[in-house]
Design a protein around this ligand. Structure first.
Ligand code: ZN
Length: 240
């Protein structure tokens, strides 16, 4: 059964719609790794879509911030402003849904979903050194993570940890462990502005990384029109 793996949608309706169109017919079930809202101008659209379509979803730090589960203290000004803006606009039902999302790791079949890392939902796995510290917490051969907005992930072999980058299709080897990041739907930060996602087919032991062009000018203009920090609009063009 192919899974559509989405992460870091960040209230970007245009990006999510483009992903839906591109992924049509390629999957049976939807899994979401969190950060459904925050930053973008369409929080109710992305929250409702995930509520309706995701079989399983876990929370991200922005889902906590935008629903009052966690204080926005300690985050940068743009994130805090967007969190307050989002919190004032989420419908009661969407806010309740987001606040009720479980923290990872969440087991699905024989693989795990986490937002940040298996040890800490708010931790960023950017470097091999970050991954080395989480090794003992890895419980499944395949763990999906988000949070960094960088598509790819890490392959863990006995000889060391290797970064997975620039691969379109990954055939999973039985001897390795994998941390797989589908990338961010709504705010990519790997210098590629196209919306990112992945399709995972456990039967074929296959992960397909995908990128899709979407209407960035519309998403960016909505951010500006909403009075959200302009940096949140500009970065969409750069993928940073
Ligand atoms: Zn995020």
């Amino acid at each position: 059964m192919p899974y559509l793996i989405l992460s870091d949608l960040h209230s970007n309706r245009e990006a999510l719609e483009a992903v839906m169109e591109d992924a049509q017919g390629r999957y049976d079930r939807v899994l979401c790794l969190g950060d459904i809202v925050g930053y973008g101008a369409d929080p109710n659209f992305t929250a409702e879509w995930v509520r309706e379509h995701a079989t399983e979803a876990i929370r991200g730090n922005h889902d906590k911030m935008c629903t009052g589960v966690e204080s926005p203290e300690g985050h940068n000004q743009a994130a805090r402003t967007a969190a307050e803006w989002t919190r004032a606009r989420l419908t009661e039902a969407n806010a309740a849904y987001l606040a009720s999302l479980p923290r990872g790791p969440l087991r699905v079949e024989d693989f795990d979903l986490v937002h940040g890392s298996p040890l800490d939902e708010d931790e960023y796995l950017i470097h091999a050194g970050d991954v080395a510290l989480t090794l003992e917490a890895l419980d499944a051969q395949v763990t999906f993570f988000g949070h960094t907005h960088i598509q790819g992930g890490f392959l863990l072999a006995r000889r060391g940890i290797r970064r997975i980058a620039g691969e379109r299709v990954l055939e999973l080897e039985p001897d390795y462990m994998y941390l797989i990041n589908p990338g961010s739907v709504g705010q990519p930060r790997d210098a590629n502005p196209r919306a990112a996602y992945a399709i995972y087919t456990p039967e074929n032991r296959r992960v397909e990384y995908r990128r899709v062009r979407y209407d960035i000018p519309s998403a960016a203009q909505k951010i500006l029109d909403a009075g959200l920090p302009p940096i949140l609009a500009g970065r969409l063009y750069e993928g940073t």
